[in-house]
Write a protein that binds this ligand. Structure first.
Ligand code: BES
Ligand code: MN
Ligand code: MN
Length: 473
C-alpha cells in the first residue's frame, strides 16, 4: 500500500477540507454559554455536523446523553472498523470552543473563517475543530483511494471540554471501561500545539487544574463610598488582599504546603530540556512581553510544565465599566486557578487553599462572609514515552516533516486524558498539529493551511505506523 497515494489525495482535496473547517467554525458551539444560540450550536455541531461526517466515512455513531438534564450536549462514541487483525486506536477531541466576539479585538469575524496569507482565522480552527477534522479527512483519504484503513478507530468527541465540567463524561467513560473502551490498544489526542513554529512535537504531559471562586459579602447592598467609606470592612479590599496573599508578582505561590507533592526532578528529566527546540526571544515576541519570570530555556519550560502556577482571572461583581462610580460593592467573587503537576492532588490543593483563605480572613478581623468553592478540577497527566504508541508517533513525524519530533509537555489541561488512560489501560499520546502562535482562546485564533495539511498527513502516517508496529516492523 502506498502512503504517498494518501498524501497526494490530501494535497489534491485541500479545498474540500478548508470548506469543511469553515462550515464547522460557522457553528458557534461556545462551551457552557447561557445563550440559547450557543447551547443549540454545541448540540448541533455534534448531533448534526460531526455525526454526518462520521457516517459519511462509514462510522457507527452512538450519541450518548450525559448529565441529568438537557444542559449538557451529547457525547459522540463512534466506531469505524472492528477487524480482529488490526490494532484499535482511540481518538479524542472536542467540538466546543471558547467564546469570541469582534469586540474582543478580532480583525475578522470569529465565526466566519477567513484565510489570509495561508492562515485560516476563526474560533476553533486550532482548538479543536481543525485537528478533529484532520482525523476524518485523513481516514476519508484512505477510503477514497481504496486503501484499507490500517487500524480500527474509535472516536470520543465531546462538547464540554472548554467548560472544565467533565464530571458526567468521566463517569460515562469509566462505566464503559469494559464496554466501548474495551480492546483499545492506543489513544491519540490532537488537542495541543507545537512548542514553536518550526519543529513538530509529541506531547507526553499535561498540567491539571483546580478553578476557585472566592466570594466576599460585606453588606446587604452596594454602599455609597463617600457616606460609608471609612467604617466598613470593605469586601473589595479584603478580596484583593486575599488574592494578593496567594501569589507574588514573580509567580511564586505563597500558600503554605502547596509545593509539598511536586515531584522532584530526576537527572534524566533535567537532561531532557537541553535538546528541545525553543527560542526565548521568539516566545517573548509571540506573547508581546519583554521580561519573563525565568531566564533560561529549562527554567521557562519547567515553570510552564512541571511546576504549579496560580493565575488570577477576574472579579465578578466589581465595578469594571468605563468612567467613575463611587461604590462599595456589597458582594464580589474573585476567580483564580492553580495548575497542578505530578503528584499534586486536586482535593489536597483545595484543602490547602481553603485553609489559607480561612486563616487570612481570620487575621483581618473582619466579619465579612467569605466562602470558597471550586468549579473545574483535573489531575495532571504523564504518559509513558517508551510505549510503542510513541514509536509510531515518532516515525510518522519523521515521515511527514523529515525531522524528529521534540518530546514536550504542556501547561494546559485536558481533564479527560487521565480518565481515558485509566478506562482503556492503554497508552495515551498527544500528537499536535497546530503551531505555537495559533492563539487558542485568544483573539485571531488561526490554523496555518500548511499545518492543517501536514497534520492530516501526520495522522494518516500515524495510523499506518501503528499497523507496522503490529506487524513487527
Ligand atoms: N486544548 C486545550 C488544552 C491545552 C492548552 C493543551 C494548552 C495544551 C496547551 C483545551 O481545549 C483547554 O483549553 N483546556 C482548558 C481546560 C480547563 C477549562 C479545565 C485549559 O487548559 O484551560
Ligand atoms: Mn482544546
Ligand atoms: Mn481550549
Amino acid at each position: 500500500m502506498s502512503l504517498q497515494q494518501v498524501f497526494d489525495h490530501l494535497d489534491a482535496n485541500m479545498s474540500t477540507y478548508k470548506t469543511r473547517l469553515s462550515d464547522a467554525v460557522a457553528i458557534p458551539s461556545v462551551s457552557n454559554s447561557q445563550e440559547t444560540e450557543h447551547v443549540e450550536a454545541t448540540r448541533s455541531v455534534l448531533e448534526d455536523y460531526t455525526r454526518c461526517l462520521l457516517e459519511s466515512i462509514g462510522a457507527t455513531v452512538d450519541m450518548r446523553e450525559i448529565g441529568d438534564n438537557q444542559e449538557y450536549p451529547p457525547v459522540i462514541f463512534a466506531t469505524l472498523g472492528t477487524s480482529a487483525s488490526k490494532k484499535t486506536v482511540l481518538v479524542y477531541g472536542h467540538m466546543d470552543v471558547q467564546p469570541a466576539q469582534m469586540s474582543d479585538g478580532w480583525d475578522t469575524e470569529p465565526f466566519a473563517m477567513t484565510t489570509i496569507d495561508g492562515k485560516m482565522y476563526g474560533r476553533g480552527t486550532t482548538d479543536d475543530k481543525g485537528p478533529v477534522l484532520a482525523w476524518i479527512n485523513a481516514i476519508e483519504a484512505y477510503q477514497q483511494e481504496n486503501i484499507p484503513l490500517p487500524v480500527n478507530i474509535k472516536f470520543v468527541l465531546e462538547g464540554m471540554e472548554e467548560s472544565g465540567d467533565s464530571g458526567p463524561l468521566q463517569d460515562l467513560i469509566l462505566s464503559e471501561a469494559d464496554g466501548f473502551f474495551a480492546g483499545i490498544d492506543y489513544t491519540c489526542i490532537s488537542d495541543n500545539y507545537w512548542l514553536g513554529q518550526n519543529t513538530p512535537c509529541i506531547t507526553y504531559g499535561l498540567r491539571g487544574i483546580v478553578y476557585f471562586h472566592v466570594n466576599v459579602k460585606c453588606a446587604k447592598k452596594d454602599l455609597h463610598s463617600g457616606v460609608h467609606g471609612g467604617v466598613v470592612y470593605e469586601g473589595m479590599a479584603e478580596l484583593c488582599a486575599i488574592l494578593n496573599s496567594m501569589v507574588a508578582p514573580n509567580g511564586d505561590i505563597t500558600i503554605t504546603g502547596i509545593n509539598r507533592d511536586v515531584l522532584p526532578m530526576t537527572p534524566e528529566e533535567e537532561a531532557s530540556y537541553g535538546p528541545i527546540d525553543f527560542n526565548i526571544d521568539t516566545y517573548k515576541s509571540e506573547l508581546g512581553v519583554t521580561k519573563l519570570t525565568h531566564r533560561t530555556k529549562a527554567g521557562i519550560l519547567q515553570h510552564r510544565w512541571r511546576y504549579p502556577s496560580l493565575s488570577i482571572h477576574g472579579i465578578e461583581g466589581a465595578f469594571s465599566d468605563a468612567g467613575d462610580k463611587t461604590v462599595i460593592p456589597a458582594e464580589i467573587t474573585g476567580k483564580f486557578s492553580i495548575r497542578l503537576v505530578p503528584d499534586m492532588d486536586p482535593q489536597k490543593v483545595t484543602n490547602l487553599v481553603k485553609a489559607h483563605i480561612r486563616s487570612f480572613h481570620n487575621s483581618t478581623g473582619s466579619e465579612n462572609e467569605v466562602t470558597v468553592s471550586t468549579t473545574a478540577s483535573a489531575f495532571s497527566w504523564l504518559g509513558d514515552t517508551s510505549d510503542a504508541n510513541y514509536t509510531a508517533g515518532k516515525r510518522a513525524t519523521v515521515r511527514v516533516h523529515h525531522k524528529a519530533a521534540d518530546l514536550t509537555r504542556e501547561g494546559g489541561s485536558i481533564p479527560i486524558t487521565l480518565t481515558l488512560q485509566e478506562a482503556t489501560g492503554a497508552s495515551v499520546m498527544m500528537l499536535p498539529i497546530g503551531s505555537s502562535d495559533d492563539g487558542a482562546h485568544s483573539q485571531n485564533e488561526k490554523l496555518n493551511v500548511s499545518n492543517y495539511l501536514n497534520g492530516m498527513k501526520l495522522l494518516a502516517s500515524y495510523m499506518y505506523e501503528v499497523s507496522q508496529l503490529a506487524a513487527g516492523r
